[in-house]
Design a protein. Sequence first.
Length: 259
Amino acid sequence: MTILEIKGLTLASEQGYIVRNFELSVGVGMCHALIGESGSGKSMTSLAIGDLLPSSVRISAGDIRFLGRSLLSLSTVQRERLRGKEIAYILQEYAGALTPFIPIGKQLDETLRAHSVLDRKLRKECILQALEYTRLPDHMYDRYPFQLSGGQMQRVSLAAALMLKPKLFIMDEPTTALDRTNAIEILRIISNLKEQTSCGILLISHDLRNVKRYADDVTVIKEGQLVESGPTQRILSAPAQAYTKRLLAAVPSLRIRPS
Ligand SMILES: Nc1ncnc2c1ncn2[C@@H]1O[C@H](COP(=O)(O)OP(=O)(O)OP(=O)(O)O)[C@@H](O)[C@H]1O
């Protein structure tokens, strides 16, 4: 079964096309990485899924289906409801997801209250479970975001998303702002989550070592157009397109032999 299916997606601004006739799908329990050079349209594609495109960019053709349902046929309110509850974004800018002077527990409680009918006691249990899952101690509940390190803050934003049990995580450079140890820790948590909950993950990353390790499938995008797509192992070890070969050759640990 497919969680996310993007078909013929075309995004345009006044300056012209940003993404053209693009497609990608994320299966149940799968992590699909979207890779390509800076400015190739990765973030715009991911923002289109959650109805988060800037006002200067519009969807001019194509469809985005979530669990078989076209998202483009839903109202703004319906899409807003899906976002957060069923489709969660984890971004590089984790600090913006938290209000600095409100304790973590209170912020997570507000999120849970908005999206569930759990009583206060159950909400607290759920929050503590999410903190534990992201390997944060219970006392984080009473801490303020400004008292946390970058790695801890990204784990809190992950905890906030996963306690709502979304079906799809959209992760745009989730570990770019973190050191290698914290980045690996976050990716391990995400990977476990995928195994345990069968959620789908759309991962946008410049770090091809992470893509190699954690993604099941890869799609390569260049100037808004699909270059090639397939299982990670195949794309990284035997890319069919010259552009992909160039992209991979730039990463020393992935360097491929010219064919
Ligand atoms: N607000 C905007 N209005 C119009 N065009 C935009 C806007 N923001 C970005 N773009 C254009 O959309 C194109 C794709 O940008 P996008 O952010 O999706 O690239 P990306 O592949 O995610 O790059 P990076 O890896 O650097 O984040 C770029 O050419 C960019 O100039």
